[in-house]
Design a protein around this ligand. Structure first.
Ligand SMILES: Cc1cc2nc3c(=O)[nH]c(=O)nc-3n(C[C@H](O)[C@H](O)[C@H](O)COP(=O)(O)OP(=O)(O)OC[C@H]3O[C@@H](n4cnc5c(N)ncnc54)[C@H](O)[C@@H]3O)c2cc1C
Length: 291
């Protein structure tokens, strides 16, 4: 699914699935699969979706499974530093966005091993994971995230299609096939750009600078290059030209054209060229819906 945020369609889908509790967007896992839908049947990208990072829940469930397999009570499970390293590896693979918060594994282990036993018990581990969870923020609802998610899904679908004959031959038609053939989605922040009047501000992962007109044109070059269709580029070029000629939000910035337009409307007087020009500008403006 790919659509604008908070459409009626989004809300209707969320209302039908118990697991969808977010009021603003449809929740997916890190493989961009819609939570609550059968695995691998519905994917959701862009502004209408949000990626859920519930590391603690995921891992506690995983450890419970391991404990039950070994015939142990999960609440009595304790892990050593080596096991903690394996757990952290699993978290990084499944939740790439958490990798930054799991750099100093030794420090985290030391900090949460409250009784200094050299092991993390179930409660200590749960606390540690909740702490990592709380540091993760939602991915931004921007065009760069939507574009990265689209590319990610296209690559994954290709991988799934390539792997399909092999999986069919081995009767692999259940379980987490996405994780078997491809990595989880990882958002890479390329930077932020903004323009204010005749100046622009750039921030490329800590490297920030701002400037005047030159920066505005640099900003526009990036915007132009990143636009996805010829139509959008033409519309944008016309919009910028209109702004350069007549100013922001008004197609009658030139006083003489504005006066001719007013005379035509109020006194029903047509002043030849200038009135014709104002009508032409109005028509172009309406056709292109530039404002
Ligand atoms: C004023 C404004 C300024 C912004 N500035 C920036 C910026 O500078 N940088 C940046 O990165 N992001 C910016 N954003 C955010 C950015 O526009 C969005 O994050 C981005 O467009 C999301 O892309 P998308 O493909 O998910 O959704 P959209 O671009 O909204 O595309 C979804 C498409 O789905 C279609 N659709 C909707 N409902 C249905 C349906 N039921 N059936 C079929 N089709 C449907 C829509 O018509 C649309 O074409 C801005 C947003 C706004 C509103």
């Amino acid at each position: 699914m790919w659509m604008t945020a908070q459409t009626d369609f989004c809300k209707r889908i969320a209302a039908k699935i118990d697991l969808q509790t977010n009021r603003h967007a449809l929740e997916t896992d890190t493989h961009l699969r819609l939570n609550g839908a059968p695995l691998g049947t519905v994917y959701c990208i862009g502004d209408c979706s949000t990626v859920q990072n519930n590391i603690a829940d995921h891992l506690i469930q995983f450890l419970r499974g391991v404990a039950y397999e070994k015939g142990k009570d999960p609440e009595t499970v304790e892990i050593t530093f080596k096991e903690w390293r394996d757990v952290a590896q699993r978290v990084k693979k499944r939740f790439p966005q958490a990798a930054d918060h799991l750099r100093r594994l030794d420090k985290l282990f030391e900090q949460y091993d409250k009784d200094k036993s050299g092991r993390l018990d179930f409660g200590e581990l749960r606390e540690l994971l909740h702490q990592v969870d709380s540091k993760l923020t939602s991915l931004p609802a921007t065009a760069q995230r939507a574009a990265q998610q689209g590319q990610y899904l296209a690559r994954k679908f290709n991988k799934l299609a390539q792997a399909a004959p092999g999986m069919a031959a081995n009767q692999m038609d259940y379980g987490d096939l996405d994780a078997a053939v491809y990595k989880a989605f990882e958002y890479k922040h390329m930077g932020s750009l903004a323009y204010v009047g005749n100046s622009a501000v750039f921030d490329f992962n800590g490297l920030s600078f701002s400037g005047g007109l030159m920066a505005v044109y640099l900003w526009r070059s990036v915007y132009f290059a990143q636009s996805v269709s010829f139509r959008t580029r033409v519309l944008m070029a016309m919009d910028w030209s209109k702004r350069a000629l007549f100013g922001r939000g008004s197609y009658f910035t030139f006083p003489v054209v504005r006066q001719a337009w007013c005379r035509m409307l109020t006194e029903h007087r047509f002043d030849g060229f200038l009135s014709g020009l104002s009508v032409l500008l109005y028509c172009i403006h309406t056709m292109l819906e530039l404002d």
